[in-house]
Design a protein around this ligand. Structure first.
Ligand SMILES: Cc1cc2nc3c(=O)[nH]c(=O)nc-3n(C[C@H](O)[C@H](O)[C@H](O)COP(=O)(O)OP(=O)(O)OC[C@H]3O[C@@H](n4cnc5c(N)ncnc54)[C@H](O)[C@@H]3O)c2cc1C
Length: 498
């Protein structure tokens, strides 16, 4: 019997090695990443720590990696000043440098891979890194993901204008960048993130007009409630935002409504901060194939992490908010869903959900094809979420492909969670039943000019056509001359190209 041979045209052994390999790569230079890097260094390891901050003004305009909402000063255009701020705002980074950790700022990690199923040709684990001008890979023995958290944000009329932003984004503008352009805030939510943002804003001399809460009672600690009330902050419970009204410079006021009575109220503010929830930044772990599970007490989809730092992948560890959001509880995702349900009940169906692709809530729930494809055929027009659900559980990836919601340059950071919450509401489920929509590398927008200079090795390009070998469509070279050849030719109806 002949056996399958080694395919000389395969990629195996030809993947160009990264220009360098480090013992420990830390992604994220916040408190957790800096502490992890220091500890690894103290243990004698060679450590490289990278952090994407300061991100370019161009990326901030796309709401990457946070929902900045356009409320930053022109200072973000001055790179040298921003670098200085990022460094001085986090003294642990300086300590790490002094301890011998190599720190690279303004560098993002857009993907990471470990050898395994489907990646057998990879010689060892690698990460894809990039700055504004180039992309490269670095090999690693151990990877520590300390990628933090980002805001869960929801849509209402007027949310797509400057001045509507996320709590984590505001925190970064105030503490890391010193570049916040607003003065008077209305904050959505009254749980731990909302209380934290209100305290921070007051400490920085900003005005906090009100905290708006969809539930009938304040959700955060009573001590915070009392302290903020004493500072003149109003708590408007049992209300939903109906419209953020704005002018040329964005938000000028927020209208809120009591759904029970219909009573309206106007809150004067230049910024609406969404502080309904934070979710772990798990995109790299998903690309790596690490196990993730819906864990509301950790803030949503979070790493399956025995002991808090390990992941399902032997080489990959997590630290800080990515492993679980402090202050989250079993009720965290249900709380977010309560907000979504109220907004769906009170706001107009034309509200845009996916700002990048301009998909409205109505279009999303009707699973309508993108408008640039023109009028749908009668059979497509008859399709809606109800029909789709007859085929199986709500699947956000499928909705994404059909409507394009989540496919734009912000990479779904503004709409990913709310689409899942909407699908849960529309299908009468709790949001923890909606599977995680998958992430794909690159997890940061990369200009093609950055990737263009990154060529494969000559040995790989010599036979690039065979990379597309899909066994259901052709006979792999390794099988030619073996007994599998006739079997596969039979499967393909005898018309298999070699
Ligand atoms: C409004 C607000 C107020 C708060 N106030 C307080 C407070 O007073 N005291 C307190 O202790 N905590 C506070 N917190 C919580 C605190 O900020 C977090 O718990 C803490 O920052 C978590 O640290 P971390 O290192 O895990 O994540 P982060 O500080 O978020 O750091 C993660 C870093 O990784 C970077 N990163 C992510 N992905 C990539 C990538 N692919 N490539 C490169 N870099 C990447 C991120 O940009 C970020 O710089 C507050 C939070 C908020 C939202």
């Amino acid at each position: 019997m002949s056996v399958r041979g080694f395919d000389p045209k395969a990629q195996a052994g030809k993947v160009p090695p990264p220009r360098r390999r480090v013992e420990v790569l830390v992604v994220g230079g916040g408190p957790a990443g800096a502490a992890a890097a220091l500890e690894a260094r103290a243990g004698g390891a060679q450590v490289l720590l990278i952090d994407e901050n300061p991100v370019s003004a161009g990326l901030m305009g796309l709401d990457v990696p946070h929902y900045w909402g356009g409320r930053y000063t022109t200072a973000v255009h001055t790179r040298a000043r921003m670098l200085e701020h990022v460094f001085s705002a986090n003294p642990a980074l300086e300590a790490a440098v002094e301890a011998g950790v190599e720190v690279e700022l303004a560098v993002s990690c857009w993907g990471a891979w470990v050898p395994g199923y489907g990646l057998a040709s990879l010689p060892h684990p690698i990460a894809g890194l990039a700055d504004e001008e180039r992309a490269w890979t670095v090999g690693f023995d151990r990877l520590i993901l300390a990628t933090g958290a980002r805001d869960v944000v929801l849509s209402f009329k007027g949310w797509d204008q400057p001045g509507v932003m996320g709590a984590r984004a505001l925190q970064a503008l105030l503490t890391t960048y010193d570049a916040f352009a607003g003065r008077r805030l209305a904050i959505l939510g009254s749980g731990p993130p909302a209380m934290a943002v209100a305290r921070l804003a007051l400490a920085r001399g900003l005005e906090v007009a009100a905290l708006i809460e969809v539930r009938g009672t304040v959700q955060g600690p009573s001590a915070d409630h009392e302290a903020l009330t004493a500072a003149g902050v109003e708590f408007l419970t049992g209300r939903v935002p109906t419209v953020a009204v704005g002018g040329a410079d964005g938000v000028e006021r927020l209208e809120v409504r009591d759904p029970a009575t219909g009573a309206r109220r106007v809150v004067d503010c230049d910024t609406v901060v969404q502080a309904i929830g934070l979710t772990p930044v798990v995109e790299l772990l998903d690309v790596l194939g690490g196990a993730l599970a819906m864990q509301p007490a950790l803030g949503g989809y979070a790493p399956v992490s025995p002991g808090g730092t390990r992941t399902s992948l032997a080489e990959v560890f997590v630290a800080g908010d990515v492993a679980g959001i402090p202050g989250a509880s079993e009720g965290t995702v249900a709380y977010q869903q309560a907000w979504m349900r109220a907004l769906m009940a009170t706001s107009e169906p034309e509200v845009v959900v996916c700002q990048c692709e301009e998909v409205s809530r109505e279009a999303l729930l009707a699973v309508r094809q993108p408008t640039y494809l023109g009028e749908p055929s009668p059979s497509l027009a008859a399709r809606d979420l109800g029909r789709l659900l007859e085929d199986g559980p709500a699947n956000q990836d499928q909705i994404k492909r059909l409507t394009r919601a989540g496919m734009g340059p912000c990479q779904g950071r503004r709409c990913r969670e709310q689409v899942a919450l909407m699908l849960a509401c529309a299908s009468n489920q709790t949001a923890d039943h909606i599977p995680l929509a998958s992430y794909r590398a690159p997890v940061r927008p990369l200009p093609l000019s950055v990737l263009a200079a990154w060529d494969e090795a000559p040995a790989m390009s010599a036979h690039w056509d065979v990379w597309f070998g899909i066994t259901s469509q052709w006979i792999p070279y390794a099988d030619v001359g073996t007994e599998r050849e006739s079997f596969e030719a039979g499967v393909l109806g005898g018309e298999a190209p070699l």
